[in-house]
Each structure stands twice: as structure tokens, then as C-alpha cells.
Design a protein around this ligand. Structure first.
Ligand code: NAD
Length: 423
């Protein structure tokens, strides 16, 4: 992989190179993404996101049951502390650590629509790329850092929050260094490859007196929030079973196919099924079973399994069965079966286009919810949590809970036995 090793370069190198930095391929790519999200032609002057108007959708062909369209549903605030805290108008400064696909294509453009977050610094192992991105976003090159210089971000008062978007194996190191530098940290999922690292990250936040949040963007998205609200209020009666699939085609070269850097489909996409089962149930699984498949004759899967199928038992009696795979056409959905009906979210885990259907004996209702930019929503949430000194909705403990389940599933798949969690 071309970016397998971070480069070492000094701040001085950046100043020298800054004048010569060209806005080439990367920058024009960023401009096109910016148009996607904000409607703005200039990446340096982000505009307000133009959200589509709510329209009554046509009846679904996917079900033979009669349909009723109840129209728009207000995004619920019950799961979020945002509504309970004073609305600050200030924007906090964010440093983006790692300029890979997610950072370039989703996170950086999301600053164009965020209300409480602004780009304040970039941290990258690739000097040219970082300078091009800085130029495209109107960032002074003095706020661009190499990994070796990351700790000096301590001296940059423009940076309040560090957002770690590196390979999973680097999350703990950069999160802990972020706290040592006196910053708050948003860390990408999965929080870390081991529960020990998660525990150390949580301890580092406490020691520093700073906040740690894990980037579970779907908790800041209104359709998933609506499902949580319906399940908590038992609108369809008690929850019985939960099923979820998150599959996609992932081919080398990709950090996800490296056992060292990321570790396969379970932590990368299976985690969405685990997290959704937990937030839908509102409780922690007590035991798991699992199987995995690793086709050793496929060069993509020399180091990691291609897929997992797993089950989870919850204390209330809810049973979950889920699968994740790196060699199957994209599907990202879940269904919650309750005593009096079932809830379908398909797609459920994507960045946009989520759809929610509620199925009762009387028919199917498709609920329409005003979409949000999930990345802007989660960054705004964390900025507000920092500004108002409130607990983020998805703190480090939430990341640790998922990693604990991942480790149990891995052990169950290895041993062929049921593995108890927290016993
Ligand atoms: P990517 O491979 O596109 O980017 C990884 C970045 O890390 C690159 O900038 C790369 O240069 C840098 N890097 C530094 N040291 C490296 C090393 N030793 N080897 C490889 N890369 C190195 O990955 P990505 O898709 O941007 O994913 C990054 C993180 O974001 C992962 O933790 C992933 O799970 C997470 N992610 C989250 C979502 C989401 O929806 N929340 C979506 C995609 C990815």
C-alpha cells in the first residue's frame, strides 16, 4: 500500500512547500464532493446545506400489505442531550488526523454544513496531499502537521478537538496523544482492536479531564433515532428478534484486509449490526455464538476472514442474528421483530438514503424523516458536548461495549462454542 508508512516531515518543510502547493487532483475531487453536500462551488466558502423537501412517497412495491403514508416525522431528540443544553453559536476548531477516503470524501466536506465545527488543522503522513487539501479548504499551511509533529498541536489554541480517522490499529495511540496535547478526541469506529486499548483510551480521557467520543454517526441520524424511540416506548410491543446484514465487496489494497491495520469485516462493518442490536434493545448482550469463513485460496482473505454469521442473546429475551461479509454485493439493513409488528430499515447503515418501514397487521407505513448530513451532525453534537460540558451520546464506554462483543464473537467463531459476555 502506498501509504503504509507515515512520512516524517517538519513544520519548516511545510512552510517551504506551502508556496508551491498546487490545487491538483485532490483539490478538484474535494470541490466536487463539496458540491454534493453543500451546493457550494467554492470549498473555502461553504454554504448552508439545501435539504430536499419532504414529499409523500409512492406506495412501496416491496410489500403486498396495504400502505398508509403518515407523512413527515420530526427527528426525535429523546436520545440526544443536544436539545437539553443551551444552543451555542460558536464553532469549535477541529484537527483531522489521517487523510484517507473517509476524511477526504465525507468528513472534510461536512464542515461545509456543520454549525458548531470548523476545520482548524490537518495531520497527515503525506505532505503534498495535506497541503493541497489545506489550500482547497482555505486552511493556513501553518496548521498542517506531519505525524511526527502531532504532539506540537498542544501549542495550537485554534484546535479544540482532534478527530482520529486512521487505521484501527492507530486509534489508541493518536487518541491518547490527543489527550496528552490537551485536546478533546472524537475517534473513528471500531474504537480499537482490543478491549485493553479501549480501557486505556477511556482512562487517558479521564486523566486529561477531556471528553472522548466514538464516531457512531447513526446515533445522530433521525431514522435510527426514530427506531430507538419506537423500541423504547414498545410501540409495537416487546422486542422478540433482531436481524441485520452488512455486506459489501472489499478488495485489496485496503487497510480492512490487513490483520494488523484493521482486521476484517467484523470490526469494520459487522460492528454496525452489533451496535444497532444494542441501541435497539437498549441493553447489553449476555452471550454469543458465531461462525466465520476465510477462503484461503482468495488472495484478498489471506489475513482476515471474508465473513461472519453470529447470534447474540439479550437479557430481555431478544435474540439477534447478524452477518457481515467482504465479498457480497452491498446490503446494509436491519429488521426488528416485535410482538405486534416489525420495523424494517433498509438501507440502514449508509451515509444517506435510509428508509424506515413499520409493518403491522393492518399494513405498512413508510415514515419520512428529514435527512441530515450524519458527519456534520455528529461533529456538531460533540462540539456542543464540549462547549456545554455535557456527556456525549456515544462516549468511549460505548466503543468499548462493541469491542467486547466483537472479541466474544471472534472467540466463538474460533472455538465453535457459545461465549458468555461479562461472566
Ligand atoms: P483509508 O485507508 O482510506 O485511510 C487511512 C488513512 O490512514 C490514510 O490517510 C493513510 O495515509 C493513513 N495512514 C497512516 N498510517 C498508515 C499506515 N501505517 N497504514 C495505512 N494507512 C496509514 O481508510 P478509511 O476508509 O478512511 O478509514 C479510516 C478509519 O475510518 C477506519 O478506522 C475506519 O473504520 C473508519 N471509517 C468509518 C466510517 C464511518 O462511517 N464512520 C466509514 C469509513 C471508515
Amino acid at each position: 500500500m502506498s501509504d503504509a508508512k507515515p512520512l516524517s516531515f517538519s513544520r519548516r518543510d511545510f512552510f517551504v512547500a506551502a508556496g508551491a502547493a498546487s490545487v491538483g487532483g485532490i483539490a478538484s475531487h474535494l470541490v466536487s464532493k463539496q458540491i454534493d453536500y453543500s451546493g457550494a462551488a467554492q470549498p473555502t466558502a461553504p454554504a448552508t446545506q439545501a435539504l430536499p423537501a419532504i414529499t409523500a412517497p409512492p406506495p412501496s412495491a416491496a410489500t403486498s400489505a396495504p400502505q398508509e403514508d403518515v407523512g413527515p416525522v420530526e427527528p426525535p431528540n429523546a436520545q440526544s442531550p443536544d436539545a437539553e443544553v443551551p444552543r451555542a453559536t460558536k464553532k469549535l476548531g477541529w484537527a483531522i488526523v489521517g487523510l484517507g477516503k473517509l476524511a477526504l470524501e465525507e468528513v472534510l466536506p461536512a464542515f461545509g454544513v456543520a454549525k458548531h465545527a470548523r476545520l482548524a488543522a490537518l495531520v497527515s503522513g503525506h505532505q503534498d496531499k495535506a497541503l493541497q487539501v489545506a489550500e482547497a479548504y482555505g486552511l493556513d499551511p501553518k496548521n498542517v502537521y506531519g505525524y511526527e509533529m502531532f504532539d506540537t498541536i498542544e501549542d495550537n489554541p485554534a484546535v479544540d478537538i482532534v478527530y482520529v480517522i486512521l487505521p484501527n490499529s492507530m486509534h489508541a495511540e493518536y487518541t491518547i496523544r490527543g489527550f496528552r496535547a490537551g485536546k478533546h478526541v472524537l475517534c473513528e469506529k471500531p474504537m480499537a482492536p482490543t478491549t485493553d486499548e479501549c480501557t486505556r483510551m477511556i482512562a487517558a480521557a479521564k486523566r486529561a479531564g477531556k471528553k472522548l467520543m466514538v464516531a457512531y454517526r447513526l446515533r445522530y441520524e433521525p431514522i435510527n433515532q426514530k427506531v430507538i424511540e419506537m423500541c423504547r416506548s414498545k410501540e409495537l410491543g416487546p422486542l422478540r428478534t433482531f436481524e441485520a446484514s452488512h455486506v459489501q465487496v472489499t478488495r485489496a489494497p485496503n487497510i480492512r484486509l490487513s490483520s494488523k491495520l484493521a482486521g476484517g469485516p467484523l470490526g469494520d462493518i459487522g460492528i454496525y449490526c452489533i451496535n444497532a442490536a444494542r441501541y435497539v434493545a437498549g441493553e447489553e448482550p449476555v452471550e454469543v455464538t458465531a461462525m466465520m469463513h476465510q477462503p484461503h485460496d482468495d488472495g484478498n482473505f489471506r489475513e482476515v476472514p471474508a465473513g461472519y454469521a453470529f447470534t447474540m442473546r439479550f437479557p430481555s429475551g431478544m435474540l439477534a442474528h447478524c452477518d457481515c461479509h467482504f465479498a457480497a454485493a452491498k446490503s446494509a439493513r436491519y429488521r426488528v421483530h416485535c410482538a405486534d409488528g416489525y420495523i424494517d430499515v433498509d438501507p440502514a447503515f449508509t451515509y444517506e438514503g435510509l428508509e424506515l418501514r413499520v409493518n403491522r397487521e393492518a399494513g405498512t407505513t413508510r415514515l419520512q424523516v428529514e435527512p441530515v448530513n450524519q458527519f456534520a451532525a455528529e461533529m456538531d453534537h460533540f462540539s456542543l458536548a464540549v462547549m456545554n460540558d455535557t456527556a456525549p451520546l456515544t462516549p468511549g464506554e460505548e466503543g468499548l461495549a462493541d469491542v467486547r462483543v466483537i472479541k466474544a464473537i471472534e472467540e466463538a467463531a474460533r472455538s465453535g462454542r457459545t461465549v458468555k459476555i461479562g461472566a
